[in-house]
Design a protein around this ligand. Structure first.
Ligand code: ADP
Ligand code: ADP
Length: 230
């Protein structure tokens, strides 16, 4: 069955802007779905409805068969990784402290947290002893995005929402990050919704690609092979 199901989901902002139309979409367990489309086609709104930063004005979203409107929003968010462009790392906390944010909120003991932080830094190909004690401004843009990914993975979420995760990284660094992320995804089997404006990235990383148009209308949903064959 679907891991995430959008069932007639729509979002109209109070000013009358229809950001997402009447969306029906199933995302499979372990799928990496990329979302593309022009600016303003509702992609960010769609992601933000899954972690309830935005509430839909129609329809429902089911995760593991449960209507997320019935869940506690804070609880829900802790089980969902969220990575945005430019990450939003806390500037006055070290890399390790940033990654340890949610484990800290959950009251993990120091030893477990330390092990997890080291494991995550290694996963994203950073060195715990070198990069862990640094502050975000002491890293490159690409390294900061790696930290953002590590932080989002801290509690082993089953769902990851990524909004232009590599958008601010230079082309060379971006390619490396894409490869790394595909590997991490294959290893962990997280279900991922990834917004990107980079069609090459969408095709390279996506198991399927969802193409949106103005008004948040799903125009096309296809595998990369199918898209490229057209
Ligand atoms: P995308 O991520 O594809 O660029 P968005 O989801 O950011 O699209 O925006 C979709 C539409 O909703 C746009 O027309 C945008 O201006 C509008 N929108 C986004 N956020 C708000 C908001 N908080 N209030 C009103 N309109 C908004
Ligand atoms: P606190 O903020 O509680 O004083 P620290 O500043 O030492 O603790 O770091 C916050 C968390 O990050 C701690 O749980 C610690 O185990 C972990 N941590 C700190 N530095 C590292 C590191 N270099 N590698 C792995 N984990 C670290």
């Amino acid at each position: 069955r679907a891991h995430i199901r959008f069932d007639g989901v729509g979002k109209e902002y109070p000013d009358g802007t229809v950001a997402v139309g009447n969306l029906d979409l199933d995302v499979a367990q372990h799928e990496l779905l990329t979302l593309v489309g022009p600016s303003g086609s509702g992609k960010s709104t769609l992601l933000r409805m899954v972690n309830r930063l935005v509430e839909p004005t129609s329809g429902r979203i089911l995760v593991d068969g449960e209507d997320i409107a019935d869940l506690d929003a804070v609880q829900l968010r802790r089980g969902i990784g969220y990575v945005i462009q430019d990450v939003g790392l806390f500037p006055h906390r070290t890399v390790a402290q940033n990654i340890a944010t949610v484990p800290g909120l959950l009251g993990w003991d120091r030893h477990r947290t330390r092990e997890r932080v080291a494991e995550l830094l290694t996963l994203v190909r950073l060195e715990p002893d070198v990069h862990g004690p640094r502050y975000p401004h002491e890293l490159s843009g690409g390294q900061r995005q790696r930290v953002g990914v590590a932080r989002a993975l801290a509690t082993n979420p089953s769902v990851m929402l990524m909004d232009e995760p590599f958008g601010a990284v230079d082309p060379e660094g971006r390619r490396a990050l894409q490869t790394e992320f595909r590997r991490i995804h294959d290893d962990l089997g997280t279900t991922v919704l990834m917004v990107t404006h980079d069609i090459d990235e969408a095709v390279l990383l996506g198991d399927r690609v969802a193409v949106f148009s103005q008004g948040g209308k799903l125009e096309q949903l296809a595998t990369p092979a199918h898209l490229l064959a057209r």
